[in-house]
Design a protein around this ligand. Sequence first.
Ligand SMILES: [Zn+2]
Length: 267
Amino acid sequence: MPELPDVETERRYLAATALHRRITRVHADQDLLEGTTPAAMGRVLHDRRFETTHRHGKFLFAASDGPWWLVLHFGMTGGLVFFKAGGAVSPPRHIRLLFEFDNDYRLAYDCQRKLGLIALCRDPATFVSDRGLGPDALDSRLDLDAFEEARVGRRLPVKAWLMDQQAIAGIGNVYSDEILFHARIHPACRINALDPETVQRLFQLMKKILEQCVKARAEPDRMPVSFLLPHRTPDGCCPRCGVALARQRISGRMAYFCPQCQAESGD
Ligand SMILES: [Zn+2]
């Protein structure tokens, strides 16, 4: 499922391919639209150009040169493909949203399972606050104090807290495991049971790991071998100590962790 590093990679891809091109036609799949219709989307974006991009958590925004921003959430399987009609790159198979530009260029939002979201908004900040999203995990305004503040009064497992988009936006099942692996914290450990030094370590590693994964374009093959992600399979072993990785269902999601490096504190 696309998380912060994946969505940031999509944002950079959109920014590198589809900005400043005149939109000549829009095709949208009603099933994924929220608060708009294919006709309305076509009307407000026709003859417009995307001028800039933004990301908050797992949401990608593209500003048009009109009053509207496009909002995309990639659900479980979504992604963007830029191509030229009749060119070397073939169109993807599950197009839910397609922008046609001048000179036969196209930007497709491809999503095999219909779990993504396509919307329009007037500005990202209002969209983010209307949905009650917490600060973006890589936003510089999310400092240690704000991180500490986000856990006040919370008692859930640290993995579930990291994945709570209302607490911090951008982290899901995969990257919560990666961050906790580096911080050597058991995923079921309660967020309120962590001491201040551990919280500081968790905060610093969250930033560092996410930045490294953005740099690796969210591809496990590009990540250091010391990372959990390339080994995160049912028969995978800890890249640090070599013992078999453990799995445990936490708040409905399957956590992978090293039972030796991330031993439960007994809390
Ligand atoms: Zn280990």
